[in-house]
Design a protein around this ligand. Structure first.
Ligand SMILES: Cc1cc2nc3c(=O)[nH]c(=O)nc-3n(C[C@H](O)[C@H](O)[C@H](O)COP(=O)(O)OP(=O)(O)OC[C@H]3O[C@@H](n4cnc5c(N)ncnc54)[C@H](O)[C@@H]3O)c2cc1C
Length: 283
């Protein structure tokens, strides 16, 4: 481990606008939220940056609100905020399920949804939820704001369309019809990185299904979704899924295990949501 006592600087903006200006004027500034990912990189000596912009005091970015047909979760909302939010519980219960299984209470108290998105780990547990829910990421800079569909946000392994002068401000989730479902498979119930993670929504038109830890980014399963929308049997849909993902062996699991478990998760999702379909959960 490398010592943390090194020439690091921390700048605290007073407003979001200050933060935008600081980022525009110094492209080397690294935004810092709950620091649960950054601190690990710092301790492992793998962090490239030495100048940090502390977003934590920007409490406006912690707001969770419903705006018309959209649930807006501020980037600084922690997983504990999400677990405790009645709005999230009614609009997007699968995100509460995911938040409860992230790390343990300490990580949930500090880790933010914006940090999870920005870190972009293929195993990030909130990401399949956002993909299945057709969420959008709100980005802002000194010059402008833009809304990016979650499906267009990542460009590859831990890379995204976010420019260095931009911050993630919030994530927006449209109203969900139908039954929501989330399942994380890890070594333990807490403090475990996902071997595989699935989030899905079943509505009258079919299903939206997203998987984590099976590709360089969180992915949707368009072929499997199309097959289910056509009304094929679940075993035919499983065959689509098996042709649609190519997981790899790594320190946490094997490709074979991930493929088998992904198929089982799809079957389980289909059984669990058979009765709940169209129940209006999430309205
Ligand atoms: C013990 C432990 C257990 C964990 N368990 C899990 C788990 O089960 N599931 C899981 O998904 N993750 C887990 N994590 C990872 C981590 O907690 C999450 O990814 C968390 O959401 C990161 O949020 P943060 O606010 O701490 O991000 P930070 O560490 O502050 O930042 C992470 C990255 O995001 C960038 N960033 C942060 N906020 C913004 C913003 N608003 N705009 C632009 N860039 C930003 C930072 O520059 C940095 O690159 C775990 C971590 C630890 C240490």
């Amino acid at each position: 481990m490398k010592g943390a006592v090194s020439p690091l600087t921390l700048t605290r903006p007073r407003t979001i606008h200050d933060a935008f200006k600081l980022l525009r004027d110094d492209p080397e500034l690294v935004p810092l939220a709950g620091c649960t990912d950054l601190y690990v990189s710092l301790n492992f000596g793998t962090l490239a940056g030495t100048k940090f912009l502390d977003l934590w005091p920007l409490t406006r970015l912690r707001k969770i609100e419903i705006d018309g047909d959209v649930l807006r979760i501020g980037a600084l909302a922690t997983f504990t905020d999400i677990i405790l939010s009645r709005r999230v519980r009614t609009w997007l219960p699968m995100l509460v399920d995911a938040a409860r299984q992230i790390g343990g209470p300490q990580i949930q108290n500090r880790g933010t949804i914006g940090g999870n998105i920005a870190n972009g780990s293929p195993a990030g547990d909130s990401l399949p939820v956002l993909a299945a829910a057709n969420a959008s990421v709100l980005l802002g800079s000194a010059d402008s704001k833009r809304l990016v569909r979650f499906g267009d946000y990542y460009t590859g392994y831990r890379t995204s369309v976010r420019r260095p002068d931009e911050l993630i401000l919030a994530v927006e989730i449209p109203r969900q019809d139908g039954a929501q479902w989330f399942r994380k498979v890890g070594t333990r119930a807490a403090q475990a990185i996902s071997k595989i993670v699935m989030a899905a929504v079943r509505d009258p038109a079919g299903a939206r299904i997203a998987l984590g830890s099976v590709a360089p980014t969180t992915i949707r399963l368009p072929k499997t979704e199309a097959a289910l929308a056509k009304g094929v049997s679940i075993e035919e849909a499983v065959r689509e899924l098996e042709g649609e993902i190519t997981p790899i062996d790594d320190v946490r699991s094997t490709a074979e295990y991930r493929l088998t478990v992904a198929a089982n998760l799809l079957r389980r999702f289909w059984i669990d949501t058979a009765l709940a379909r169209g129940s209006g959960k999430g309205e």
